[in-house]
Design a protein around this ligand. Structure first.
Ligand code: F6R
Length: 615
């Protein structure tokens, strides 16, 4: 949560920082600010609202010529979103400014000590405590900025990515991280620091992903100097080449990133399969699995940890892995797992699923599993992310940047990777016959084209959306592999349209939720031919006889459900285990169009942020 952008070099800093912050708004968008040093003084401009509000305020300001500056877009944790609580936060002397992503957990006690030493505070933020703590260290220890930041951070408990600027040392930025990401773009005589690489993609392809507990002192007249926060040993930076392009992070003619990302799914799934699924040769290769396959084959149990949509992908994986490998699987919310003293055997395998690779709860769950000796396998989208580094092995989904806050292509590509994993393990273990394996490979290869077919029904889905846009509640039902899709459909609707929605296994209806059904209640039912079809048809009849309004996701050529449902959206036939990838698509479009027709901000829904780097 929260996005950071900083620049030091020869160019005007403000346009780079403001454009960069816009790209990071997916991380938070309730207030924002920028500090620029023009050669004589520091200018800080902050505002409640979005980066466009900051831009407007900035344009109303006298021009500021500055080649160094720091900026921030906020997702509030401590203190309501307002101008005062927005970052950058300034120290009492007015010399130091800090932008921060994370939470300083012991800020209250640190603040108390600083107050006793005469410091005053104008905001409610933990960040103002941090900037004054750094100033206090500078004063007491008479050390340079880098050292002062280092000493101050050793007193801090919590998570942070920070960039600090000192008015008295105007040719230097200090950046540090623990638990929140920071990428440093290395240009010709210029450096960029940001929460991810998107703000500097058009300026440089050279990136350093700052490691956990590392601190960087950045001066454009010198090389960057990196050290551990807990020691003075200088570490040689590892410069990587960025694989992303500017095109990847633009809307490309779509109204919203979410819509673009929904439509990118055929290609994203192809990219996930590329080089891994060779159906002609009858092979799945997952290079990262090769040396660890035996661990999977001997595993007592697989535990899957994730949050939100990624947790839903984990539920689909439970069905896939148990069916094909016969290894027992448990799926846990990472946030629950980490605090319940879980029983983990050394021959358990943990699979951590995360689009961003930065989710704080998932990271904490991985740490616990590793401490207890389990092998951790990651499924991440963001290359170089914290989770991808922390896990023992893993597979990237290769979905490309997902910028819309509501996850879409991340989900379908996670299921694709997990399908490859389950099929490969099942074949090697012998729990899946060679012919079934081959049949699944061929079908999986056809999934991107089937997704494209479903996307052609956009207009129909838009019409269905217009009939339901004024609903206050909605129920989603599915069974088997499609029960997690019902949960995911409900999550998509509530997060972007603010309609209350719940997903249930269809058979659970009779145990309570059926009491909610009346002529006002829309019920979305996944009723594909493969997968308990007759039972779901009975569930639909039960809803119909109580006057519920039914939107059904059915297989092509369906007749029985069409007689009962108010609206039907068809998907091509497939093997049951792959239907979640297909049935999800109409539900994503339905949520999207309902939200658009209700006038909601689809890409930046209220109260949400894309990567949840705080608990
Ligand atoms: C919902 C959504 C969230 C994320 C969750 C986990 O559309 O995006 O529920 O799925 O915050 O995020 P990652 O996958 O980045 O760990």
């Amino acid at each position: 949560m929260c996005g950071i952008v900083a620049y030091i070099g020869q160019q005007q800093a403000s346009p780079i920082i403001i454009k960069g912050l816009k790209r990071l708004e997916y991380r938070g968008y309730d207030s924002t600010g920028i500090s620029l040093y023009d050669g004589t003084e520091l200018h800080t401009i902050k505002t409640t609202g979005k980066v466009s509000d900051l831009e407007a305020k900035f344009q109303g300001h006298d021009p500021i010529q500055a080649t160094i500056g720091i900026g921030h877009t906020r997702w509030a944790t401590h203190g309501v979103p307002n101008d005062v609580n927005a970052h950058p936060q300034t120290s009492n002397s007015g010399d130091l400014v800090v932008v921060h992503n994370g939470i300083i957990e012991n800020y209250a006690s640190l603040k108390e000590e600083l107050i006793q030493r005469g410091y005053t505070f104008s905001s409610d933020t933990d960040t103002e405590v941090l900037v004054n703590l750094i100033e206090d260290v500078q004063r007491k220890e008479k050390v340079k900025l880098g050292k002062a930041v280092q000493i101050a951070l050793t007193q801090v408990v919590g998570a942070y990515a920070i960039v600090v600027f000192d008015n008295k040392k105007p040719n230097e930025l200090v950046a540090a991280r623990l638990g929140s990401p920071l990428a440093i773009g290395v240009g010709e005589g210029e450096f960029f620091v940001a929460s991810d690489a998107t703000p500097f993609i058009e300026y440089t392809k050279n990136v350093i992903y700052l490691e956990e507990e590392h601190l960087a002192i950045i001066r454009c007249d010198r090389d960057i100097s990196i050290r551990k926060i807990t020691s003075d040993k200088v570490i040689k930076p590892y410069i990587e080449e960025l694989q992303m392009s500017l095109e990847n992070i633009q809307k490309g003619g779509y109204d919203h990133f979410m819509l673009k990302e929904i439509f990118e799914q055929p290609q994203a799934i192809r990219d996930t399969l590329r080089g891994r699924l060779l159906s002609n040769e009858g092979v799945i290769t997952l290079s990262s699995l090769r040396e660890h396959e035996n661990k999977f084959l001997k595993a007592r149990r697989i535990l899957i940890v994730a949050c939100g949509t990624s947790w839903h992908a984990g539920l689909v994986a439970e069905y896939l892995l148990e069916k094909f490998t016969r290894i027992p699987v448990e799926v846990e919310y990472a946030s629950e797992f980490r605090y319940r003293d879980p029983i983990i055997f050394s021959d358990d395998i943990i699979i951590a699923i995360s689009q961003s690779g930065e989710t704080a709860d998932t990271l904490a769950a991985i740490n616990i599993a590793k401490e207890r000796g389990a092998f951790v396998f990651g499924v991440c989208n963001v290359v170089g992310s914290s989770i991808s580094r922390l896990t023992d092995a893993g597979c990237y989904t290769h979905a490309g940047p997902e910028i819309g806050v509501a996850s879409t292509k991340a989900f379908t590509t996670q299921i694709t990777v997990l399908s490859l994993l389950a099929l490969r393990l099942g074949m090697v273990k012998g729990t899946l016959s060679r012919s079934e394996y081959q049949q699944h490979l061929v079908e999986l290869e056809s999934i991107p084209d089937k997704v494209s077919e479903i996307l052609k029904q956009e207009r129909l889905i838009k019409e269905v959306a217009s009939s339901f846009k004024d609903a206050n509640n909605c129920i989603y039902l599915g069974r088997g592999y499609n029960f997690p899709v019902a949960l995911e459909g409900a999550l998509k609707l509530k997060e972007i349209s603010y309609i209350h929605a719940e997903g249930y296994p269809a058979a659970e209806m009779k145990h309570g939720p059926i009491a909610l059904i009346d002529e006002q209640m829309p019920v979305v039912v996944i009723a594909t031919k493969k997968g308990h079809y007759d039972k779901v048809v009975s569930n639909i009849s039960e809803i119909k006889s109580r006057k519920g309004r039914i939107i059904a996701i059915v297989s092509e050529g369906d007749v029985r459900v069409k007689e009962l449902a108010d609206y039907c959206i068809e998907i091509p036939e497939s093997l049951e285990c792959f239907t979640p990838i297909l049935t999800t698509i109409p539900l994503q479009l339905l949520s999207y169009y309902i939200a658009v027709q209700r006038g909601c901000n689809v890409d930046q829904p209220r109260n949400l942020a894309k990567s949840v780097t705080v608990e």
